[in-house]
Design a protein around this ligand. Sequence first.
Ligand code: RI2
Length: 321
Amino acid sequence: MTRIPSEVLRIADDIRSMRIRGAGRIARAAAEALMIAATNYSGEDLGDFTRYMEDVSRLLLSTRPTAVSLPNAVSYVMKQLRKDYRGVEDARAAVISAARSFIEHSKRAVEAISIIGSRMIKGGETIVTHCNSSAVTGILAKAWSDGKMFRVYATETRPRFQGYITARDLASKGIPVTLIPDSAAVYAMRRADLVIVGADAISSNGALVNKIGTSQIALAAKAHGVPFYVAAETYKFSPYTLIGEPIEIEEREAEEVIHPVPEGIEVRNPVFDATPAEYIDAIITEIGVISPEMAIIIITDYLGHRVSVDMLKSLEDSEPL
Ligand code: RI2
């Protein structure tokens, strides 16, 4: 069995340790890792190549459990290996081409979202965001470069403080930004006109899974009548939820919350939470602005995942790669 290249192991480790983070970046890094793995395969047996690529996929999928962009990227590339090929060269070419096209599509999707989302900012608003989403910062950067004036409240996003990345990024573009503790959600909402957050996963019932604390911001927005928007590429919609698989909420080490962990105290570190569809006013995707109730249509009609008894039965005997 061919060994997994060190560069691929490094990408997997970077995703696991969050040196590579953000659901979109994670997905592109996984596609790149599959491309590197395929390029480096030196054997000539198609069956062996397929098993090797499945090993690489399993490694990538084991890194972080919540962002559905990761399994969606892996399955977009790996479904190429369900076709018939004359030999390794053809299969390798198909894998590399699918990985490239995923990465290209992903970048263009983020760009389309920034254009569409920026049109929803009229100028003069106070906008709240949470964590660090490149889809969201893309929208804000585009609106600002189009000459719209607004200000942003960015939450710190304990325990990993990704809100600092957002604040630094916006400030570097000249966008007025105020960093606030996560517990200032209501304080911010009293002054806010709009909330825009990113997404790690959206389920078939339109619920949003995003960085822990998103749901309390959504609750505060609802209570204050502030519109709550989500910026999400369509590969953040989960086909797995369509067949009854819940989105797993990642729980990371207690040491991220407090170090050292005090003796005799249990510390929990769930890193995502779920916001029900009724708290979401719109989802800004690369194919347009939709309501959360349209999630099912995105998964079935746009992404092409159809449920049938035959498909469900075949799932029971194989791994859903
Ligand atoms: P983009 C991040 O997760 C945040 O929860 C953010 O909202 C989401 O990914 C989407 O980010 P983490 O990797 O794809 O920081 O919009 O745990 O960049």
